[in-house]
Design a protein around this ligand. Structure first.
Ligand code: DAH
Length: 339
């Protein structure tokens, strides 16, 4: 009986400070086949009936006490290991991580779209969008570019296998969609991706971005267009930059113009960027052609409008002095991290 008590006291003490591995060892040492208690139970037949009962009951009780204590300790250890793990792996979502996480930034093309959009918003334009998959009507016909017209050659088009659909070659298609669903006054810009079947090189890409502008109302005149675009150039580039409107030709505007800015690389003296012209072309514009207004059933006696379209990549490249359009699509982090 003394031995039993000694064993229980001994093991209880050891369990207190045991880890999970020690528990396993204690379990086999004090409850296993060659443990003192098992041996005591094995030798029971040698004792008198009375002692057999007493010692047997006591040894079994001791085994149960040890078993319970070991199991309890196992549970405690599991719980504290779990809590420790949670504590270690705890993620504080409200914590601001500085080093070694660097802050992300907008892609320069997106940044330009955002900047241009916010400038035009301050000039009273709202921002809308149109679908990238278009059909012939919106991309060409309604913009006064009939089938077989040679001007279609300048916008080599990707047709989808269903040949009635195409990838829009310019955001001008969005003008028609917007006029179709609204009535004037309409004062909107439409940024988005456009597609042309171009071989890519330093200044061409088969996918690029444009921003279209459209203002239709009664009494709109060319000078309104000049004022808005000059203001835009001054805000976007710089206040003192010379701007000129050069007569041009587009099917969907009449009269049409292209806007040039004084080359800020050579200050107008002539260089590689401006092809020795001293001026850099940045956008096309004009007064909306009456045929375009007619295509959306507007009364072209009553309404007039102006429109403009500019290439985002070109403007981004000028602003950040990037000399190869492909850099904008390669996603090389060494390039992107500069913005
Ligand atoms: N859609 C023309 C292009 O892709 C750009 C353009 C020129 C848009 C004149 C216009 C405009 O709205 O009036 O080359």
């Amino acid at each position: 009986m003394n031995d039993i008590e000694l064993v229980v006291n001994e093991v209880m003490e050891k369990i207190k400070s045991a880890d999970i591995v020690t528990l396993k060892i204690l379990e086999s040492k004090y409850l296993g086949k060659s443990s003192v208690l098992t041996k005591i139970l094995k030798f029971l037949p040698q004792y008198s009936v009375e002692n057999k009962k007493k010692i047997g009951a006591e040894a079994n009780k001791a085994k149960n006490i040890i078993k319970n204590e070991i199991n309890k300790k196992k549970e405690d250890l599991k719980k504290s290991l779990f809590n420790e793990k949670i504590q270690k792996e705890k993620l504080d979502c409200s914590q601001i991580f500085y080093f070694p996480f660097s802050k992300g930034s907008f892609h320069p093309v997106i940044e330009t779209i955002e900047t241009i959009s916010s400038i035009f918003k301050t000039l009273g334009f709202s921002v809308d969008e149109g679908p990238e998959i278009e059909n012939d009507w919106y991309n060409f016909e309604a913009l006064n570019i009939p089938k077989n017209h040679p001007v279609r050659d300048t916008q080599d088009t990707f047709y989808l296998s269903d040949t009635k659909k195409l990838l829009r070659t310019h955001t001008s298609a969005g003008q028609i969609r917007i006029m179709e669903k609204r009535t004037p006054p309409i004062k909107v810009i439409i940024p988005g991706k456009v597609y042309r079947n171009e071989t890519s090189d330093a200044s061409h890409s088969s996918t690029f971005h444009q921003i279209e502008g459209l203002f239709v109302d009664e009494n709109i005149v060319f000078i309104d267009l000049k004022v808005v675009l000059t203001e835009f150039v001054h805000i976007f580039f710089s206040d003192d930059l010379d701007v000129r409107f050069r007569p041009s030709y587009f099917q969907f505007t009449e009269p049409s113009a292209e806007v040039d800015i004084r080359c800020f690389f050579c200050k107008g003296k002539g260089c590689k960027v401006c092809k020795n012209l001293g001026w850099i072309e940045i956008l096309g514009c004009g007064m909306v052609h009456p045929k375009v207004l007619g295509a959306v059933n507007y009364n072209f006696e009553k309404y007039r409008g102006y429109a403009f379209g500019l290439g985002i990549e070109r403007i981004t490249m000028l602003k950040y002095k990037i000399d190869d359009i492909r850099l904008l699509y390669e996603n090389d982090l060494r390039f992107l991290r500069q913005f």
